[in-house]
Design a protein around this ligand. Structure first.
Ligand SMILES: *[C@@H]1O[C@H](CO)[C@@H](O)[C@H](O)[C@H]1NC(C)=O
Length: 444
């Protein structure tokens, strides 16, 4: 009797150990000097994406100060092999476009479609679309040279084949679908009064087509946490979650909303599965999942992800429970009739100050990773929790020091290779302050 109790205790201890993941190696690379000035142009939460893997190569999109100096920036694109071994970075700058706005909205977003075309969209804050795409196949049949002329193309102010509006545009995001096609979405309008539009790129025709306006403001605007396709190949779902802001003042952010589409944005459903009319507005029945009042210190555009079991995870903070703001893990499990849970992430970091750096959430198998800036300590911390422990067993996997920005995640590499690769920006003076990529190799 006593023996079997001991055995049980040992086994359950082993089981809980086995559920945890660990980091087997950590390494970082300096990508570039971060641009001069107090405005952050690299390392913003809504960059979908700054760092992405396609097949065996990883790509990074980053601004650096151009030879003209302060206030003049080039878009740079880096690539390196990451499988089977990690190779050297190669970079080039797009010298035909000088970015001149020291404004933290005017970031770069990158998407790679299944035909091996790299798409970039950059430098927006309520202005016409800026978009460029590489020649087809640059990410599938890799050219040996890596230059702007190898990349090809020119800057366009519309998506070839699709229809506008193309202005006033902010926050472009790309999300590849399992068949290689790609969605792009962005806001048309302005803070506190805007709509979200979606377009689809066909990897077989190389053309874009309109999917339409899918979120519409009611004298307010939705700020999405992301646009996330579940890993395919068949029967994938695309998730979107958001908060709504009433005015340009972030204190007017309120509530947590969610919707999904099984036909890549043509039609939408509330979490319960009930179809909803498009465009979705804040008062559309069924889309508001949690009521969180204004003045709750919600940061818009925090983070979301999906795992390969079709669970949806979001990260948002608020102080609706009274007391200081906390980070929360939102979870939707398929087959639960659309019910969500929302639980505080109990980890040893500082209370996030109002408007402080946003985090990320990512999934690897049955594990969820929360990548949380600890702004008062100038660190980025990486935590993991497991489905088997109901995501209560948060454990510290790593800490990056001297951070002053919002981490980006290479979701593709995590999903397929078990490497958490982060895009981060350092603190410190211009010249010293680097944009970096950090790799945490994970083991189950
Ligand atoms: C990154 O840059 C810093 C500052 O120049 C330097 O001290 C450090 O060795 C670099 N790290 C790597 C991995 O290149």
């Amino acid at each position: 009797m006593a023996q079997s109790i001991w055995l049980f205790a040992i086994l359950s201890h082993l089981t809980s150990l086995a559920a945890c993941i660990s980091v087997t190696s950590t390494r970082y690379w300096n990508i570039t000097n971060d641009p001069q000035g107090s405005a952050r142009l690299n390392g913003l939460a809504f960059q979908q994406h700054a760092l992405a893997t396609f097949n065996d190569h990883q790509y990074v999109a980053v601004y650096s100060t151009s030879p003209k100096g302060y206030g003049n920036h080039y878009v740079n694109l880096g690539r390196r092999r990451v499988s089977p071994t990690v190779g050297e970075w190669q970079y080039f700058a797009f010298t035909d476009y000088e970015q001149k706005t020291l404004d933290e909205h005017n970031t770069i977003s990158m998407g790679i479609s299944g035909d091996g075309k790299i798409h970039l969209s950059f430098d927006h804050h309520d202005v016409p679309l800026n978009y460029r795409a590489s020649t087809t196949g640059i990410a599938t049949t890799l050219p040996s040279s890596w230059t702007q002329s190898t990349f090809g193309g020119t800057i366009m102010h519309s998506l070839p084949g699709s229809t506008g509006p193309w202005t006033p545009l902010t926050y472009p995001r790309f999300e590849r679908l399992p068949n290689g096609d790609m969605l792009m979405e962005f806001r048309i309008g302005k803070s506190g009064a805007g709509d979200s539009y979606m377009h689809r790129y066909s990897s077989s025709t190389g053309q874009w087509s309109p999917v339409g306006k899918y979120l519409q403001g009611q004298d307010n605007n939705a700020y999405i946490n992301g646009l996330t396709a579940t890993p395919g190949p068949e029967g994938h779902t695309v998730f979107v979650s958001w908060t709504v802001r009433e005015t340009p003042d972030a204190s007017t952010n309120h509530d947590f909303y969610f919707a999904y589409t099984d036909d890549d944005g043509r039609t939408w459903r509330a979490s319960s599965g009930q179809p909803v009319a498009k465009p979705i507005v804040p008062t559309t029945p069924g889309v508001k999942v949690y009521s969180i009042p204004q003045n709750s210190e919600i940061m818009n555009q925090e983070a979301q992800c999906a795992d390969d079991e079709g669970r949806f995870h979001a990260l948002m903070r608020d102080r609706s429970a009274g007391g200081p703001a906390r980070f929360y893990h939102y979870l939707r499990t398929p087959g639960s009739s659309g019910a969500f849970s929302k639980r505080a992430i109990n980890v040893g970091i500082s209370t996030p100050p109002y408007l402080s750096y946003r985090g990320k959430i990512a999934a690897w198998g049955d594990n969820v990773l929360a990548i949380l800036p600890d702004a008062p300590k100038s660190t980025v911390t990486v935590w993991a929790a497991t489905a088997g422990q109901d995501y209560r067993d948060w454990e510290l996997l790593g800490t990056i020091a001297n951070m002053a920005g919002e981490p980006g995640v290479d979701y593709e590499r995590l999903e397929r290779r078990g490497v958490l690769s982060l895009f981060v920006r350092q603190g410190g003076a211009f010249g010293e302050r680097k944009v970096q990529v950090w790799d945490f190799v994970l083991a189950a």
